[in-house]
Design a protein around this ligand. Structure first.
Ligand code: PLP
Length: 450
């Protein structure tokens, strides 16, 4: 057996030398890691030959599906033509210029300038500095505070993890850094009480604006939010929430950062989640789906308002990464955008596979242990409940999610567990038959967990 198909040897080496992200490595080593060896279309294969439907598009990223020849060939051609050159010190290359042009076409009209990073976390750390730099150039350096939200996820680097609203992350390594306030989450199912969803949306928007007013909007530079919270459990906000909140931010001259790392590039059925929510952000955080996950790439969209100040009043922005605009990553992104456009995959999410899956996915909520089943485009979740009428979750016993996740994997479907919520975000190429398979495994998982 070669190393590539000897499960025991892979597990041995992994256990001996690999510290995994977001994993208790000691517990993992006692169990032995799952070994994924191959992928094609919407399926993965493990080292024991099991076929698993990738209901999470990897980590919300393989939107165009696995093994796309066009993307693989584009990367390979690029590596042969120009393996690497940087974009520092008065240099550019054809792929980064082409990608920037394409991004200006697919992003909302106020975005015409893009800065590149290696990940969503780096993009948010970059935006953190850009916001403060912008207000310094505008002569208002005191506008340095950020508003974020409990349950929001913005990455693992220092500013990004501080912006995120996860206590478990803040407990490690002395986070959050100063100057960040976390507003409530617009999670109606968990916190809405007797209010209707619309009432609750307005209520949380007003709570957030009251927090801002208490701090003083002249001290606040920006608010960051995902259009739909992803890693927080796919929290689709009430439809009243973003319009009321973004209007309040505009009145107070606070910039809006739309973290589109998950929602961007079609996941919600619009090119960007901010378009679905009706907001007009000043920054876009992008990663994941920009290359369909084939090669790491992050990007920051900078609105004309901000870019004008940076270009006219600023000098050198003393910031950047070796791999800012890596040629191979840009080639993967260009090929991905071409596929999304030519195959009209964003329309497909909005008008075909999204509505098809939604109608099936919603039936999961008929089960007594499922509180709600939500889906927008191809991002969805269901919530385990102890009692539907009082909307009581299992959060004090999040093991239910882990148990369900194991059942799901064993039955051939990747779903992610976020506490007592089970999450999906399948590739946009999912067929109707594959959607049926996904829902029927989810049903089985609910029965097995019940
Ligand atoms: N922002 C959001 C909304 C995310 O979901 C993630 C990752 O899941 C990030 C930022 C961080 O991106 P990365 O893991 O590429 O650093």
């Amino acid at each position: 057996m070669t190393l590539s198909n000897s499960t025991a040897e892979i597990r041995r080496l992994d256990a001996a030398h690999h510290l995994h992200p977001f994993t208790n490595t000691r517990e993992l080593n006692a169990r032995g890691a799952r070994v994924i060896t191959q992928s094609s279309g919407v399926y993965l294969q493990d080292s024991e030959g099991n076929r698993i439907l990738d209901g999470m598009s990897g980590l919300w990223c393989v939107n165009a599906g696995h093994g796309r020849r066009d993307i693989i060939d584009a990367v390979s051609r690029q590596l042969e033509e120009l393996t690497f050159y940087n974009t520092f010190f008065n240099t550019t290359h054809p792929s980064v210029a082409e990608l920037s042009g394409l991004l200006s076409e697919v992003t909302p009209p106020q975005f015409n300038y893009f800065h590149y990073t290696g990940s969503g976390s780096e993009s948010n750390d970059t935006i953190f500095r850009l916001v403060r730099y912008y207000w310094e150039l505008e002569g208002k350096p005191e506008k340095s505070i950020f508003i974020s939200r409990r349950g929001g996820y913005h990455g693992s680097t220092v500013a990004a993890a501080s912006l995120g609203g996860f206590g478990s992350m803040h407990k490690q390594g002395g986070l959050p850094i100063a100057g960040i306030y976390h507003a409530p989450s617009p999670d109606w199912w968990s916190y809405g009480g007797d209010m209707s969803s619309d009432e609750f949306g307005l209520h949380v928007a007003h709570q957030t604006l009251s927090l801002i007013d208490a701090i003083g909007s002249d001290r606040i530079g920006a608010m960051i939010g995902e259009p739909i919270m992803g890693a927080g459990g796919v929290i689709v906000p009430p439809k009243t929430y973003w319009p009321a909140l973004s209007a309040g931010l505009k009145e107070r001259d606070i910039l809006l950062i739309s973290d589109e790392v998950i929602c961007g590039f079609g996941r919600t059925g619009e090119w960007f989640g901010c378009e679905l929510m009706g907001t007009e952000p000043d920054f876009l955080t992008m990663a994941k789906g920009i290359t369909s996950g084939y090669i790491p790439l992050g990007a920051v969209g900078v609105s004309d308002r901000v870019a004008k100040v940076l270009l006219e009043k600023g000098g050198e922005f003393a910031h950047g990464h070796t791999y800012s605009g890596h040629p191979a990553a840009c080639a993967a992104a260009i090929a991905t955008l071409k596929i999304l456009r030519e195959e009209k995959l964003v329309d497909r999410v909005r008008t075909d596979i999204g509505p098809y899956l939604k109608q099936k996915w919603k039936t999961l909520a008929d089960h007594p242990i499922v509180g709600e089943a939500v889906i927008e485009g191809l991002i969805g979740a269901f919530q385990f409940t102890k009692d539907k009428s009082s909307r009581k979750g299992f959060d004090e016993d999040a093991r239910i999610g882990m148990i369900a996740r194991e059942h799901s994997f064993k039955n051939g479907l990747v779903m992610r567990a976020v506490g007592d919520r089970m999450v999906i975000a399948p590739p946009f190429t999912l067929t109707h038959e594959e959607a049926d398979e996904l829902v029927s495994i989810a049903q089985k998982v609910i029965e097995l967990t019940y």
